[in-house]
Design a protein around this ligand. Structure first.
Ligand code: SAH
Length: 214
């Protein structure tokens, strides 16, 4: 079983990530290392390395591996950076950021998911991830500024508090859409007091629910 899962993980990285043009070595290494099957229900472990999102309960999902890789690569995370993630979910994306050497702060609004992810980080010894139960569209003001901010749920706009809490220079990656269930992946770059936004393709995320979300 364990050997099969390791083989599935290696195949996932080769066929879904490398073959689609993701080259950043730190992203590939993190995706080879983090045991994605331990971030889903036991009954779904055999499907954990498939080319799709999977349900994690409470109407939420763990993102497709390729999407996690794309977002992580766009974020250009370096070891030692402080990263804020909104939408902890299973904790998989946070573990990838942690594996790259970031100090990770992650916020989840659904209590059982927050509790499960917090326990998972402890069990798997991701000691550089801090968790909070809250509306992440408000950010985490006490820990700001953040070198990088990653939002893994889709809302109607870039939440103002997150823009304020982004360091200068800083990069934020967030799915934004005027309708639910279909968004554009937006990369926000803050530099010398200026904000630049790049559209990076169509994506489909669960709803960002909150004061500055739906
Ligand atoms: N990064 C996750 C993906 C989870 S799906 C992973 O790797 O598994 C998105 C998550 O965002 C859901 O768990 C949802 O409950 C959460 N979410 C939605 N709106 C939120 C908000 N305003 N603050 C914090 N979390 C939110």
């Amino acid at each position: 079983m364990a050997v099969d899962l390791r083989r599935n993980r290696e195949r996932m990285v080769r066929e879904q990530i490398e073959a689609r043009g993701i080259k950043a070595p730190e992203v590939l290494r993190a995706m080879r290392t983090v045991p994605r099957h331990l971030f889903v229900d036991e009954a779904l472990q055999a499907q954990a390395y498939g080319d799709h999102a999977l349900p994690i309960g409470h109407g939420q999902t763990i993102s497709q591996p390729y999407i996690v890789a794309v977002m992580t690569a766009l974020l250009q995370v370096k070891p030692g950076m402080t990263v804020l993630e909104i939408g902890t979910g299973s904790g998989y994306q946070a573990a990838i950021l942690s594996e790259i050497g970031a100090e990770v702060y992650t916020v989840e609004r659904v209590r059982p998911l927050y509790l499960a992810a917090t326990k998972r980080f402890r069990d798997l010894r991701y000691y550089n991830i801090r968790t909070k139960l809250d509306d992440g569209t408000l950010g985490w003001p006490e820990k700001a500024p953040f070198d990088r901010i990653l939002v893994t749920a889709g809302g109607p706009e870039v939440p103002e508090p997150l823009l304020d809490q982004l360091a200068d220079p800083g990069i934020m990656v967030i799915p934004v859409g005027q309708s639910k269930r279909s968004q554009t992946l937006v990369r926000v770059i803050k530099e010398n007091g200026q904000i630049k936004k790049e559209n990076r393709g169509a994506v489909m995320f669960v709803d960002l629910v909150g004061k500055h979300g739906w």
